[in-house]
Ligand binder design. Sequence first.
Ligand code: CO
Length: 188
Amino acid sequence: MGAMSPYAVRIVGDPVLRQKAAPVVDIDAKMHKLVEDMFTTMYAAPGIGLAAPQVGVQKRFFVFDMGDDEGGQQVLINPEITGSDGEWTYEEGCLSVPGRYFEITRPKQIEITGRDLDGNEVSFEADELLARLMQHELDHLDGVLLLDHLDADQAKDAKKFVRELQMQQYDDAQAELAPRKRLGLRLR
Ligand code: CO
């Protein structure tokens, strides 16, 4: 995360990542600004997809960019998977579980509907990487993380990693608080 990033991406352990997000009702100016800031945050991370709960916003939408050949910057609002087919095991990562990839099996193809930022209904027949990205981001809207898709061996391995990640988060937060605490004491 660079200094240019409008948001800090929430890391596993943050309760906001475990809540079910609410449908988007109004696609207003505030929402447009939020989407813009989420793209900036996503590129800075860097990542190819980012769901609203990952920046602490409990709304059902995500942004993604798989490159110009795949349509560039896109937003999917109130997404719903309407069909799926096949099975595909592939390495998957998450900005909220940084530094680690896991082999995860998911449907290879999906049909998904939702709305774009203009409020128009859109649908995708997505395959492989795009299908995976969309399933991963939609999971975030339901409080589900890739850690929930691990088999027993992977879960055991992930447990230690996640604990260390959370301890690091705690240390970082304490380090950020420390100067403020000192200032507080001086003022008192
Ligand atoms: Co993720």
